[in-house]
Design a protein. Structure first.
Length: 384
């Protein structure tokens, strides 16, 4: 799982560099609206489901609200959609406050976990329904439906009933219905959670391509870190009704703000260490066993105790000692096909998780085998 997430981050990083930055709209048409969320509060008795949340979303941006169950992400989406009323704060679309505008007049496209298709209507009729409600003339509606079905690769299923289709096909119909009016903002609430893994990954790519083609602003809710890393321009990580960190997938994965983000997004090794020296953004630290290593930090952290994040795929293993390597003993080793998952305990008592590719000629380590672990300053991050 950690390797899949690391690969997703690498792919997104390459894409970000190619376009200049994540979320850059150059090279694609942008019809999306900007969203401004200001000090939003929603309470249920003494419990605050949304606690002073502020977030700016640029026109045409794909932003994911990511967090565990109960973090407030669906509550925030419902407040934006108008399904729930604010207790405090403001929500604006292109600078115009909408928190008092009825849901059906906000003009948002919406996709939910449940497909919510009309069982007695064909695919064409389901997709055409919003156009009919909007009073679009028949000829224009027929053209728009045909175009949308083509985009979603549903043309061959136009005459089918929902009960004749797979879960993935039904979800594509739901997405088609949400975008047929070409809304400036599309809200998606965990739309892929009911699908199996392979189908989910396939539709992730389709949604990302759809976003690039249409240029709508998309706000996507999920608890799946892989979805967020794959699809988003930016991710807002939430917990306990608050936004903890906002950043690109690369920033969130490589440079998490705190222990919660580091632990929730991907697998992590958290090492308690003492800061020995600071030089610019590089720190020299010493772990419990007295071994020195370097790490990067953007924050003004004083000399003293610190927590250091090292991702499992960033740790190199060797049978022989090398400069700055740390001795350890294997406590667990699993062969996962192309990946080896190894746990090793250092002399200070801390256990590190290591994930590395399987190499021809290298045997699987056994419990009790000595290993030497190493990583560079660029491979670990001092948490604030």
């Amino acid at each position: 799982m950690a390797d899949e997430m690391a690969l997703r981050v690498e792919r997104r990083s390459i894409a970000d560099n190619a376009s200049g930055a994540a979320g850059d709209a150059k090279g694609r048409s942008v019809i999306g609206s900007g969203l401004a969320i200001r000090e939003v509060v929603k309470s249920y008795g003494a419990f605050r489901a949304a606690d002073q949340i502020s977030l700016d979303i640029e026109p045409g941006e794909f932003v994911t609200l990511l967090g565990p169950s109960g973090s407030g992400k669906t509550t925030l989406l419902n407040l934006i959609a108008g399904f729930q009323r604010l207790d405090e704060g403001e929500i604006a679309v292109d600078g115009r406050a909408v928190h008092d505008v009825p849901t059906h007049k906000r003009g948002f496209g919406m996709v939910f976990q449940s497909y919510a298709l009309f069982p007695n209507m064909t695919v064409t009729q389901n997709v055409a329904f919003p156009l009919r409600m909007a009073g679009i003339d028949r000829a224009r509606a027929d053209r728009r439906v045909a175009e949308t079905l083509e985009i979603m690769r549903l043309s061959d299923h136009a005459g089918k009933m929902p009960s004749q289709m797979s879960g993935g096909q039904q979800q594509r119909v739901a997405i088609a219905r949400a975008i047929v009016l070409r809304p400036k903002v599309v809200l998606m609430d965990e739309p892929l959670s009911a699908l199996d893994r392979r189908l989910r990954e396939s539709i992730q790519i389709e949604i990302r391509q759809l976003h690039q083609a249409l240029g709508s602003t998309i706000l996507f809710v999920t608890h799946d870190q892989g979805e967020a890393l794959t699809m988003s321009d930016r991710i807002a990580v939430m917990d306990a009704g608050k936004i903890i960190q906002v950043g690109t997938p690369t920033e969130i994965y490589r440079h998490p703000k705190d222990r919660f983000v580091a632990s929730f997004v991907g697998e992590s090794n958290l090492i308690e260490a003492e800061v020995v020296q600071k030089r610019g953004s590089t720190m020299t630290l010493k772990n419990r066993a007295g071994y020195l290593f370097s790490a990067e930090s953007r924050d003004a952290i004083d000399v003293g105790r610190a927590t250091v994040l090292v991702r499992p795929e960033r740790i190199a293993i060797s049978d022989t000692p090398a400069a700055n390597s740390i001795p350890a003993v294997v406590t667990s080793a699993l062969f996962l096909g192309e990946i080896l998952r190894v746990e090793a305990r250092m002399q200070g008592g801390e256990t590190l998780l290591i994930r590395c590719t399987d190499r021809v000629g290298r045997p699987l380590p056994s419990v009790g085998d000595p290993l030497h672990l190493s990583w560079g300053a660029e491979d670990c991050w001092v948490l604030s």
